[in-house]
Design a binder for this molecule. Sequence first.
Ligand SMILES: [Mn+2]
Length: 230
Amino acid sequence: MGIIEKAREIAGIIERQDEISIITHCDADGITGAAIAKKALDEIGVKCEIRVVRYLSKKILQGIDKFTWFIDLGNGNIAGMNGNTVITDHHFSNEYHERALNPFYYGIDGETEISAAGLAYLVASNFSDFDATLAIMGAIGDLQDLRFGKLTGVNRQLLKNSKVEIKKDIRIYGRKKPLYKMITYATDPVIPGIFKRVRNAIGFLSRIDIDYKKAGMNAVERRRRKFYLN
Ligand SMILES: [Mn+2]
């Protein structure tokens, strides 16, 4: 069975429920994943409530009394789970769960090729012809494009079903923000001595005679063109 068939099987289990509790991780991937799940459940008329948590504690697990859909977490807690659940989590785990859509079971790298939002999308797309934009947001929020400088694997396939535009450009934070903010909070690359140090960023730009208040991308636009022409 491939991941698509498994997603269909999980969709079938979900469809048979009257009510589902969603427990998701409090980051971009978890939240977009839950948004996708909610859309899917609305589509088929299954009631749901969403809980956003930092991690899956014993207390949370023990307090569960409804059918639960775990998103972006759960793979590491399989031993403590009852059967009344489905899991769409992309984090690595060796533990097998009959109702987990674990990409690693299918030779797919959950760190770069699919996020939890992407897994939720594979399930949800059985119910309706959804757009994959939220799944891409989840993958980007999870920094899945960082290793190769682009989305690969299943993420690349999902990109075709999304409204996300593909552009070749410098990967930098805050292109519309003032230049000093752009370089202060850049994470790819991190600039030593300037990262998270606003005063150093302003000082540095002033010393080399660049208007630090200027919008970041406008300030580098001319050089960027040169970069791409060469
Ligand atoms: Mn994630």
